[in-house]
Structures are given as structure tokens and as C-alpha cells.
Design a protein around this ligand. Structure first.
Ligand code: ATP
Ligand code: NMN
Length: 167
């Protein structure tokens, strides 16, 4: 029988401890995990500082110790929401269920007849990409909110310097 696959889509700017807990939770639900790196074409902005490749490294290195097969697939944005789900399907391994709390993503998958599961938010006050990026810019302790392999990637690419330099 084909493995039951779940797809987790997000921008992961950066991949933080909330995302890791979410991936752990989804891994319990499915045989294989597809992680879609959304807005793959975006980088070097305050909202999307990291490239798709850098985010692939963050996710792969963090999920490495997990006992699950995972596929990490960059997915560029499109100007047309109406064909985005087909675009995702054209880039990712076939999956049975998607996981997201993003209202637009939920709406688009549901209209395409794909089951979407919403999940609990963990420590959302602290585990939030925009807040972690702000802490990086303001010199606060962002490290506690991201897994060690993600800290290593951010250090490798001088992510803090990059965020401070760009508008
Ligand atoms: N703390 C968290 N706990 C569980 N799931 C989370 C948490 N933060 C985000 N997610 C989920 O991860 C997916 C991807 O989220 P995303 O990459 O936008 O993170 P974010 O922290 O909301 O970042 P940003 O503030 O940059 O929008 C979404 O489905 C979102 O609901
Ligand atoms: N038309 C489109 O390109 C389209 C539509 C819906 C979601 N998305 C992407 O899906 C991802 C959703 O992730 P977030 O939940 O982290 O926002 C984002 O990268 C978003 O840009 C793209």
C-alpha cells in the first residue's frame, strides 16, 4: 500500500521550535512528511530574509533525527491563487492531507477537494517568525526560539547581519 503522506506548508522564516513541534505532531499522524517551503522565490527582505536553499537546510537538519521519511520541496508563489494548489501538486510528491492554519491556504486546498487539518499553536506569543526576526534585528535572545541546527544555518549565512542591512 502507498505510504500515507501529509504536507506541511509554510514560509519558515526561520524554521522555529513551534514548526519543529508541529512537524513532530504531524509525523505521528502520517507515514511520510512533505514539507513545502512557500514563497521559495522570496529572500533578502525583512519578511522573507532566507533563501529557499537556506530554509531547506534548516528543515532538513532539524528533521534529521526524526524517525520519518521527509521530502522538502521549495514552492514559488504565483500571481494566481486559483491555480496555486495545482502548482503545489506539480512540485511536491503526492500527498493525502495538508496541514495549515493559514486561512487562504485552507480555503484553496478545501476548494480543490483536499483535506486540510488545522493544528494547535505552541507558545504562539514567542514562537512566531515575525517576532523572532524582530528579536534578531533588535539584538534580543532569538536563539532560544529556534532549534540548534537552525541557529547554525543562520550563523553560517550571517542572517542577523543580513536582516539588519535590508529594508
Ligand atoms: N508556534 C507555532 N506552533 C504551531 N504551529 C505554528 C506555530 N507558528 C506557526 N505555525 C504554523 O506553521 C505554518 C507555517 O507558519 P509560518 O512559516 O508562517 O510561521 P509564523 O511563525 O506564523 O511566521 P510569520 O510570523 O513570519 O508569519 C502555519 O501553518 C502555522 O500555523
Ligand atoms: N498564489 C500563491 O502563490 C499562494 C497562495 C496561497 C499560499 N501561498 C503561499 O503558501 C505559504 C503559506 O505559508 P504561511 O502559512 O507561512 O504563510 C506562503 O509562502 C504563501 O505565499 C501562495
Amino acid at each position: 500500500m502507498a505510504p500515507y503522506r501529509g504536507c506541511l506548508i509554510g514560509r519558515f522564516q526561520p524554521f522555529h521550535r513551534g514548526h519543529r513541534k508541529l512537524a513532530e505532531y504531524v509525523a505521528d499522524d502520517v507515514d511520510e512528511l512533505v514539507v513545502g517551503i512557500g514563497s521559495a522565490d522570496a529572500s533578502h527582505t525583512r519578511r522573507n530574509p532566507f533563501t529557499a536553499g537556506e530554509r531547506v537546510m534548516m528543515v532538513r537538519k532539524t528533521l534529521e533525527p526524526f524517525d520519518i521519511t521527509d521530502y522538502v520541496v521549495p514552492i514559488e508563489d504565483l500571481d494566481r491563487n486559483s491555480v496555486w494548489v495545482s502548482h503545489v501538486q506539480s512540485m511536491a510528491p503526492e500527498f493525502d492531507v495538508a496541514y495549515s492554519n493559514n486561512p487562504l491556504v485552507i480555503r484553496l486546498f478545501s476548494e480543490a477537494g483536499i483535506e486540510v487539518r488545522q493544528t494547535e499553536m505552541f507558545d504562539r506569543d514567542e514562537l512566531k517568525g515575525s517576532e523572532i526576526r524582530r528579536q534578531m534585528i533588535d539584538g534580543e535572545d532569538w536563539r532560544q526560539h529556534v532549534p540548534q541546527p537552525v541557529q547554525d544555518v543562520i550563523d553560517e549565512v550571517d542572517g542577523v547581519g543580513r536582516l539588519r542591512d535590508i529594508e
